[in-house]
Design a protein around this ligand. Structure first.
Ligand code: PLP
Length: 394
């Protein structure tokens, strides 16, 4: 068998380990004494229009067409609806023939990385980052170059990025709103990044693509804007997913959008189709593609997350914990009060608080708290966070 695949399959992710521990612990001490902040599973229901659309689609007299194969790159009507929606919402050039339907952001990323990278290429990303980026990049034959972010803001540290490009750099991979920090890249960051990518592409005599991983685009609070990157840098590929915006992570639906203005856009899109074919990611789930065509612009009630963020952030800050203010997604990335975040997480476990150490996100000394949980659980957990904080004041 393939040793790398065995390794990936047999080594469970830290997040999964914690989740399993939580279930075991709940059986021992009672579910009301376990506060599982480990998983990024949406806690808000999908909007009603999703159910209504699915029901009306299922009441068809042509079930063979509804459940049958679509084109490998996705149903034409769905791709048209998405292209029209992006153009209308963000004022950028789109084209249905540059959209590829996928099984969520994970598939969007693996396909895009395989479409862009050749063996030995480098992909630059910024810590903290989604843990699977290492796996996805390696599978595409490339190497992930991990750069620290500005620790005060978690925006890009341009002094590090300036010197990170080599002849092997194929792409820069960004994720805003970010998992695990919740930080949204400002327009200033995006403008600087675009200008730098243009300059480095010129200097190196090649196109450096920007890959933007956007499952949290709609999960932003307090009117914060998430700049649409194809408007700033033409060589952008958007990896989108409905997992979080429509609370449908188990249904596996998303898309890739190659900017039609990118260099060699047609060829890049064909490489995306080729990578989808090579990886077996053709024809994303048909029922959900057809639902998506009719639900553009719909979003789950994200005000629930915003309230959770406000309550938890205020309480943790009052206890003395520190974190960069998150404007989006549903995570807090809190500085560990001791240098070893794993040790801190072990202490938190004593109080039933299940947090994830930041190490696997490329950022030691932090923990991730996923606040996509019930407001009641947050309220019940607060006295325990206080007790945990007090341990460090002794
Ligand atoms: N990218 C980021 C930053 C994520 O947080 C996740 C899932 O949590 C994914 C990609 C994968 O998303 P999907 O479930 O749509 O495959």
């Amino acid at each position: 068998m393939n040793a790398r695949m065995y390794e990936l399959g047999s080594r469970r992710s830290v997040i999964r380990e914690i989740f399993e521990f939580g279930k075991k612990r709940a059986a021992e001490v009672g579910a009301d004494k376990v506060f599982d902040f480990s998983l990024g599973n949406p806690s808000v229901e999908p909007p009603k229009v999703v159910e209504d659309t699915l029901v009306s689609l299922l009441h068809t007299d042509n079930a063979t067409a509804l459940h049958g194969y679509t084109s490998a790159q996705g149903d034409a009507e769905t791709r048209r609806a998405i292209a029209e929606y992006i153009a209308g919402k963000h004022g950028v050039k789109t084209d249905p023939d540059y959209i590829y339907m996928t099984c969520g952001a994970a598939a969007s990323l693996t396909i895009t990385l395989s479409a862009i990278c050749n063996a030995g290429d480098e992909v630059i990303t910024f810590a903290p980052f989604f843990t699977e980026y290492r796996v996805f990049t390696q599978t595409a034959g490339a190497k992930l170059i991990e750069l620290a972010s500005d620790p005060d803001t978690f925006q890009i540290d341009f002094s590090l990025l300036e010197n990170a490009f080599t002849e092997k750099t194929a792409a820069v991979l960004v994720n805003s709103p970010n998992n695990p920090s919740g930080v949204v890249y400002s327009e200033e960051t995006v403008k600087k990044l675009s200008a730098l990518l243009e300059r480095k592409s010129r200097e190196l005599g090649k196109t450096i693509y920007l890959i933007t991983d956007e499952p949290y685009r709609e999960l932003v609070y307090g009117g914060v804007k998430v700049p649409y990157l194809t408007a700033y840098y033409k060589n952008t590929v958007v990896c989108y997913s409905y997992s979080k915006s429509l609370s449908l992570p188990g249904e596996r639906i998303g898309y890739i959008f190659v900017s039609p203005e990118a260099d060699a856009a047609k060829e890049l899109y064909l490489a995306v189709c080729g990578a989808g074919r090579a990886l077996g990611y053709v024809c994303a789930p048909s029922l959900f593609q057809k639902m998506i065509a009719k639900c553009q612009g719909a979003v789950s009630d994200v005000s629930v997350y915003e309230r959770n963020r406000d309550v938890l952030l205020k309480a943790l800050e009052e206890c003395g914990f520190r974190c960069v203010r998150p404007d989006g997604a549903f995570y807090l990335f809190v500085r560990s009060p001791e240098p070893d975040a794993n040790a801190f997480c072990e202490r938190a476990k004593k109080y039933g608080l299940l947090l994830v150490p930041g190490d696997d996100f490329g950022c030691k000394g932090y923990v991730r708290i996923a606040y996509c949980v019930s407001p009641e659980m947050i309220a019940r957990s607060l006295p325990y966070f206080k007790k945990l904080a007090d341990e460090y004041k002794k």
